[in-house]
Each structure stands twice: as C-alpha cells, then as structure tokens.
Design a protein around this ligand. Structure first.
Ligand code: SF4
Length: 106
C-alpha cells in the first residue's frame, strides 16, 4: 500500500519527467509528433503510478527492471539524453533536491 511519502516522491518524479518531455518537445532535436508527445507523457505518468519499488524507487534511468516497453523506452531515452543536462540549467533547485533525495535513499 502506498504511503504519503511515496506519493510525494512519485508526484515529484512525475513533475520532473513531464518537464523533461516538454523540454525535448520544444527543443531543436525533437523527433516526436504531437500524438507521440502526448502518448509518452501519459505512458510515463502511468509507469510511475505503477512503479513496483515505491518508497525504494531509484532513478528510472538506473532501474534494473525498466518497465517501459521497447518503443516507449527508445523515446524516453531520447528525451533523457536531450533534457537531463538542460534540467540543471532550467530547473537547478528542483534537480538538486531530487538528486539529494535519491542519494539519501541509496
Ligand atoms: S523504470 Fe523502474 S523505477 Fe522507473 S517506474 Fe519503471 S520500474 Fe519504477
């Protein structure tokens, strides 16, 4: 059963992933159609809601299970490669808080 802390973590991760998808979609390297953009957003939110690790969740990028199917995994890989370094520039406080929280859990 999910507790309040897990919900908070998952909510924060959903916010971060959503921002990263937006950054990719607005950027010059974007290869997603509007339909694909909406789909990967919805899919990644669903995956986070169903994450089996809950409280012990790590970064999705370093997850050993990686619950994304092949097509969505390829798309989120493109998003992460583009947006991860840019998040430090656009949302430094959020990324610092997220990194510290993840380090505490490891
Ligand atoms: S990739 Fe791993 S950590 Fe991320 S939601 Fe799926 S199971 Fe959870």
């Amino acid at each position: 059963m999910e507790n309040k802390s897990t919900n908070k973590k998952i909510s924060r991760e959903k916010e971060i992933v959503s921002l990263m998808i937006d950054l990719y979609h607005k950027g010059g390297e974007n290869t997603l159609t509007m339909e694909e953009y909406l789909d990967i957003k919805e899919y990644s939110m669903e995956r986070l809601d169903s994450c089996p690790f809950g409280e012990d969740k790590t970064f999705c990028s370093s997850c050993q299970v990686h619950c994304y199917d092949g097509d969505h995994r390829e798309k989120i890989r493109l998003v992460m490669r583009h947006s991860a370094p840019r998040m430090l520039f656009y949302h430094p406080v959020m990324m610092l808080r997220h990194t510290l929280a993840s380090l505490k859990r490891s």
